[in-house]
Design a protein around this ligand. Structure first.
Ligand code: AMP
Length: 299
């Protein structure tokens, strides 16, 4: 059976289709694909904000049909309380997606994504890409992330995949996965959308206190200062300075790494890589935030 959602408000010109079943979604998309439509895909875990909507808009401008998925993937959470606390706001998400004229929402149950008897494990080795930074502090996270992204890609079979620079390491690993799987899906990186004060938008921000929401802008300030400092200082020195500056504000940085944007390994000198990215993860109270900034891009 196919569900669809129509906002009971005549301001919306668009009808967004909501699919919960893999088979129904595939049947619909197969028809659209045969008609020659280019399908863009935006996988999310919901609790949507402007950052997610920027991906929807990018997809709408570069595809004929945009599919957004909302699925809080249990296999990528190494901490069960983090999974339980993850915000779930499907009503507001549907409103936001409708307001952005998203075409299709795929909102499956766990049993649709991981049906009993289907082996969805991926035997891929991401090497050192997955052992540093997020991979070091969240063991198993990227195996779970790759597992769900590959499964969703097999379901949706999009031509284009839109992901945010906000999760730079995730995007790098997905790019590597597409290469290893010899996939022809085009991966498009969308820039980080920030609050007015510079804080990177995140579903987790809604768990911050009002005070922390304003003070955690220090993360963005430090990233900007790191970019200034690269003219005089070495990456290692800047990383040390950044860790101290964030700690001095009362927050707990897990890492602040300046890495080669292709290999994700820390660099000794800025001349060692054409693409250089500063990546950080910071505990703001009980909320773990990640952010990054491209410091150098000489492609
Ligand atoms: P999530 O729902 O957190 O798994 O994110 C889904 C997608 O939205 C991922 O590709 C993220 O990188 C992207 N995203 C999350 N936050 C932002 C942001 N502030 N700006 C741009 N993209 C974002």
């Amino acid at each position: 059976m196919r569900d669809f959602y129509q906002k009971p408000c005549f301001n919306y010109k668009f009808i967004m289709f909501l699919f919960k079943k893999v088979a129904d979604l595939q049947q619909y998309l197969n028809t659209k694909r045969k008609e020659g439509n280019v399908i863009g895909f935006v996988p999310t875990m919901g609790a949507l904000h402007e950052g997610h909507l920027s991906l929807i808009r990018a997809s709408k401008s570069q595809s004929d049909l945009t599919v957004c998925s909302i699925f809080v993937n249990p296999t990528q959470f190494n901490d069960t309380s983090d999974l339980e606390k993850y915000p779930r706001t499907i009503g507001a998400d549907i409103d936001l997606l409708s307001s952005a004229d998203n075409d299709i929402l795929f909102w499956p149950l766990d049993t649709e994504v991981y049906p009993p008897g289907l082996d969805t494990n991926l035997e891929l080795d991401f090497g050192d890409l997955a052992t540093v930074m997020e991979g070091y502090f969240r063991p198993g996270h990227f195996d779970g992330m790759a597992q769900v992204v590959w499964r969703l890609l097999q379901i949706v079979e999009p031509h284009k995949l839109f992901m945010g620079q906000k999760d730079f390491q995730q995007l790098t690993i997905v790019r590597n996965m597409l290469q290893q799987m010899q996939s022809e899906i085009e991966l498009i990186m969308c820039p980080i959308v920030r609050e007015d004060n510079g804080l990177a938008m995140s579903s987790r921000n809604r768990r911050l206190s009002v005070e922390d929401r304003s003070q955690s802008t220090i993360i963005y300030q430090v990233l900007n200062e790191a970019k200034e400092k690269m003219k005089q200082e070495k990456p290692g020195e800047i990383s040390q300075w950044a860790m101290k500056k964030i700690s001095d504000c009362g927050y707990k940085p897990e890492y602040f790494k300046i890495v080669n944007g292709i290999t994700l390994q820390a660099i000794d000198q800025f001349k060692d890589a054409d693409l250089v990215v500063a990546c950080t993860a910071v505990w703001v109270g009980e909320v773990r935030l990640i952010d990054n900034m491209i410091l150098k891009n000489q492609k």
